[in-house]
Design a protein around this ligand. Structure first.
Ligand SMILES: [Zn+2]
Length: 165
């Protein structure tokens, strides 16, 4: 099995409205998406997929859907206020956590983008991230100097993909 991983960054705002802590307040992140594709065989160019094609397709989806948007739970009353002000929002069925965003991006890669995706890891900050994969749900660590990040959870629970507004 061969795999390739492409990292793509995007900006977003969010808040966790049912959370006791500073993340209950509206704030922003420079998120990092790691998309890993897998294939049993390489294409005629000796690749799973060209990095520029992979990055271009995922970046286009991110820009069209969640880049520079405020990501809120559909139940968050702030969504209606911001939309009345003309602010671009993306509403999620549950809390807009790293776990939720990893799942949404994974589903977009596997569905709308028809990519042979094996895993999507989403980093809310350099030290806090989540990933969704086709593998069984496991808890794992990724220590080491090359990957100084720790994956704090994996989620394979079904979650409805909301429509962007
Ligand atoms: Zn946050």
């Amino acid at each position: 099995m061969f795999s390739v991983t492409k990292n793509i960054e995007f900006c977003y705002g969010h808040r966790l409205s049912n959370y006791a802590g500073k993340c209950q307040h509206l704030h922003g992140h420079n998120g990092l998406v790691e998309v890993t594709l897998a294939a049993a065989r390489l294409n005629s160019g000796g690749m799973v997929m060209d990095f520029s094609e992979l990055g271009g397709r995922v970046s286009a989806w991110l820009e069209a859907n969640i880049d520079h948007k405020v990501i809120l739970a559909a139940s968050d009353p702030l969504a209606e206020v911001l939309e009345k002000q003309g602010q671009a929002c993306f509403l999620t069925a549950g809390a807009p956590t790293a776990e939720t965003l990893a799942k949404i991006i994974f589903d977009a890669c596997a569905g709308e983008l028809s990519l042979p995706v094996r895993e999507v890891a989403f980093w809310e900050t350099p030290s806090a991230g989540s990933s969704t994969s086709v593998l069984k749900s496991i808890f794992r660590h990724r220590p080491g100097p090359k990957k100084p990040f720790r994956i704090i959870s994996k989620c394979v629970l079904p979650l409805p993909v909301p429509k962007a507004r």
